[in-house]
Design a protein around this ligand. Structure first.
Ligand code: NAD
Length: 299
């Protein structure tokens, strides 16, 4: 099994993921155009190279962790011709399902192998090596990538063919976005009706309205002391990232003819909220629902 990895994209997520590979004894060739990211990677024990293509030298596995699908395809255009035949490309970025399929198709057409392997667990999970990987691609390629993914993750699920890892990611995050908005509306209605947050929590957390958003990530301070609401909505999971993921989900709804009214609406709600609150945790949407509910009611 190879211990030689190329790693591109050393941002909030990629830097700690690459650092965990180094700690586990992997030889990591790393590339990121940003000098601060290069410095961090060097300090973490990776070998930093000057071009994307150089990160493929002598590598059997090349990992990308980039902001969007266009960049993944652009970077693949440099990587695919440079890599040795049969290189396994693992893209861990969160991107459009269509872009993920296209990236895999291009990799295979160039004589390589490909997996899409987006993650959940955020920066804390990346640092702790406890990410969940949702993987799309051929079974034998999954088997080849598994030992490396297990270094960076606590759970690795093979979801299906190329693009299906991204599908799992956007389905989950669409559901999370919708449920956070739904929970926020119920909480603000409860406030108006004189229901305390704690009483709401005590009832709903064990009743049929229960959700992860409530029991693990309660968007109002108090009932779940570890939730970002208790820390002035510092992320956690930033509104900008939820907005991105809901946009990908809304694209996929449209592209596949699914009448996902709540998914599309959640994307609209977060797009508007994101304009002034991109850096806040996505659970701060409850403050938006509350602010939009402040007008007097005609009796
Ligand atoms: P980030 O913006 O912090 O990092 C992206 C890195 O890619 C940057 O360092 C940037 O310089 C680098 N980059 C840009 N162009 C490049 C190129 N041509 N070659 C190599 N590197 C290049 O983003 P992030 O928060 O680390 O997120 C990365 C991906 O992971 C995104 O797709 C995001 O949606 C997903 N994700 C993020 C989180 C999170 O909590 N941050 C959670 C789950 C998934």
């Amino acid at each position: 099994m190879t211990k030689k990895i190329g790693f591109l994209g050393l941002g909030h997520m990629g830097a700690p993921m690459a650092a965990n590979l180094v700690k586990a004894g992997y030889d990591v060739l790393a590339y990121d155009p940003v000098p601060a990211a290069q410095e961090q990677a060097r300090a973490d024990g990776a070998t930093v190279v000057d071009t994307a293509a150089a990160a493929t030298a002598g590598r059997e596995i090349v990992i990308t962790m980039l902001p969007n699908g266009k960049l993944v395809l652009d970077v693949y255009a440099e990587l695919l011709p440079a890599a040795a035949p049969g290189t396994l490309f693992i893209d861990c970025s969160t991107i459009d399902v269509a872009d993920a399929k296209e990236a895999a198709t291009r990799a295979v057409a160039a004589g390589h192998r490909a997996l899409d392997a987006p993650v959940s667990g955020g920066v804390a999970g990346a640092a702790a090596g406890t990410l969940t990987f949702m993987v799309g691609g051929a079974a034998e390629d999954f088997a080849a990538g598994l030992p490396v993914l297990e270094v960076m993750g606590g759970k690795v699920v093979h979801c299906g063919d190329a693009g299906v890892g991204q599908a799992a990611k956007i389905c989950n995050n669409m559901l999370l976005g919708i449920s956070m908005v739904a929970l926020s509306e119920a909480l603000v209605l409860g406030e108006k009706l004189g229901l305390s947050h704690q009483s709401f929590f005590d009832v709903v957390s064990t009743a049929s309205g229960q959700s992860w958003a409530l029991t693990s990530y309660c968007p109002v301070p108090g009932p779940v002391p570890t939730s970002p609401a208790n820390n002035d909505y510092q992320p956690g999971f930033a509104t900008a990232l939820m907005t991105k993921d809901l946009g990908l989900a809304a694209n996929a709804l449209r592209a596949n003819g699914v009448d996902g009214q709540l998914g599309a609406l959640a994307a609209e709600i977060y797009t508007r909220f994101n304009q002034e609150n991109a850096g806040k945790d996505f659970s701060a949407i409850v403050t938006d629902v509350r602010n939009r509910s402040e007008h007097e009611v005609d009796q």
